[in-house]
Design a protein around this ligand. Structure first.
Ligand code: SAM
Length: 228
């Protein structure tokens, strides 16, 4: 399961010297695709449902980044228009099968696309949702820049994300596990400062909510608004 290493983000707060790269992540999720729902279905179900509810409160057209096997898609209203993208074709094949099986007419399109280079027009979505994906992207800040670009003023970015421990034994364990989890396709260490530092520098973006999520509060739901 070896993937290539990339040191581009090693100067970011809490970043590791050896980080993820795009092709390696895509290959890792290609391997996860057949068993993904079994392993990660129930464990993130609550976060997915809360993220979809937060998106529904904004309404309009939704971009779901890292839509994976489409576990979140049935949670959106029938009247919603959801555009799902993912770097992994095998994950998206599972999502397409789900859309067909459940007859989800609210799914506008599913496409292979890189979160860091969205082939989508500026200000074309009311909500950008990214569930358990930002910590799997090689350059999270580049992806966040893209989320802000395609979001209309007044819209929201809704993220569910692992947040690493700031100190103590848990932080030490997360750092020790990092070389293993990067080969599985995500980071365990990911300080909250990475979001706040990005938001402070991003024009017109404010963090409006951070809510702890199960399991064990190691994850958070984060809402950011783009000011008009
Ligand atoms: C942990 S899974 C989460 C999937 C789904 N959001 C869920 O809640 O089950 C992370 C997903 O992000 C995708 N991903 C990783 N890097 C990506 C990138 N650069 N661009 C788009 N998708 C990416 C992976 O292929 C995978 O499907």
């Amino acid at each position: 399961m070896a993937i290539g290493l990339d040191s581009r983000d090693s100067s970011r707060p809490g970043a590791l010297g050896a980080a993820l790269n795009r092709d390696g992540v895509a290959r890792a999720y290609g391997r996860w695709a057949p068993v993904y729902d079994l392993v990660f279905g129930p464990v993130f179900a609550r976060g997915r449902s809360l993220a979809a509810s937060a998106a529904e409160r904004v309404g309009g057209r939704v971009l779901e980044v890292g839509v994976g096997t489409g576990l979140s898609l049935p949670a959106y209203a029938k009247s919603r228009s959801v555009f799902g993208i993912d770097i992994s074709a095998p994950m998206l094949e599972k999502a397409e099968a789900r859309v067909k099986r459940l007859g989800l007419r609210n799914v506008e399109r599913l496409a292979v696309m890189d979160a860091e280079r969205l082939e989508l027009p500026d200000e074309s979505f009311d909500v950008v949702v990214a569930q358990y994906v930002v910590t799997a992207v090689p350059n999270p800040e580049a992806a966040l820049d893209e989320f802000a670009r395609v979001l209309r003023p007044g819209g929201e970015i809704i993220i569910t994300s692992r947040i690493g421990a700031e100190r103590g034994l848990r932080k030490a364990i997360e750092h020790a596990l990092a070389p293993i989890t990067s080969r599985l396709g995500w980071r365990t260490e990911f300080p909250w400062a990475r979001y706040t530092t990005w938001a402070a520098a991003a024009p017109g973006i404010e963090i409006v909510e951070r809510r702890e999520l199960p399991p064990l509060g190691h994850f958070s739901l984060i809402r950011m608004r783009k000011t008009a």
